[in-house]
Design a protein around this ligand. Structure first.
Ligand code: DC
Length: 214
């Protein structure tokens, strides 16, 4: 399986930016799996459901239609692309993503989209659980400080009151939860090419990946 490129890594590692550019250069589609968890979190918040209420989460997933339209993401027909990019939804998406019922609900959708081929798929478990058979798997990382700084630059546009210190704390908490959950945690495996992007430009990371595609 060569036309499915998986890129996993923690928040702020640059996966999103790198994957989008890579997909454009290759003429591939781009699948942001984190956006799916964020979309679920958006609806969980709207419906005022507790992120650990399994039964309600199950019902919500059965009755929710999540769709990508280019780079936009729609939940039941509403464009939530901007609304899901807040620190609050980031935290809530990490909480709901630890629930096996949510992971199971989103699994087949991700698998189906990927199987259409020619796709760059990024997230936390794309190389371990969604496309373990991919031959082009990458793990993108950077120091906590660098990742928090990148996230902060993004978040402050939408949430001016956010501080760098708060972003560092949030990222550490999210890293811990995403890596320690029982159900397909964020994990770097031996068959992934590891990239520490600290101090690297986006262009450098993209060409590093392009040079290593089989
Ligand atoms: O990459 P992101 O920050 O948009 O992801 C939001 C949350 O979704 C992240 O904290 C964990 C979860 N997630 C996941 O569990 N598995 C994925 N493949 C992608 C994201």
């Amino acid at each position: 399986m060569k036309n499915v490129i998986t890129i996993d890594g923690p928040s702020g590692s640059g996966k999103g930016t790198v994957s989008k550019i890579l997909a454009r250069k290759l003429g591939y589609r781009y699948l942001d799996t984190g956006a799916l968890y964020r979309a679920v979190a958006w609806k969980v918040q709207k419906k005022n459901i507790s992120p650990d209420d399994e039964e309600s989460l199950g019902k919500l997933l059965d009755t929710t239609v999540i769709k990508f339209e280019g780079l936009k993401i729609l939940v039941d027909g509403t464009d939530v692309s901007a609304a899901i990019r807040t620190a609050e939804i980031g935290e809530l998406s990490s909480q709901v993503s630890a629930m096996p019922i949510v992971r199971k609900g989103l699994f087949s959708m991700q698998r189906k989209m990927g199987l259409e081929g020619n796709v760059v798929i990024e997230g936390r478990d794309t190389g371990t659980a969604i496309f373990p058979e991919s031959e082009n798997k990458f793990y993108l990382d950077a120091t906590t400080e660098e990742r928090a700084r990148r996230r902060y630059e993004e978040l402050k546009l939408r949430t001016p009151e956010i501080t760098l210190k708060q972003t560092v704390e949030d990222i550490k908490k999210r890293d811990r939860r995403d890596s320690s959950r029982a159900s397909s945690p964020l994990m770097r495996t031996d068959d992934m090419i590891h990239i520490d992007s600290t101090g690297m430009s986006v262009e450098q990371v993209v060409s590093f990946i392009l040079d290593r595609l089989t």
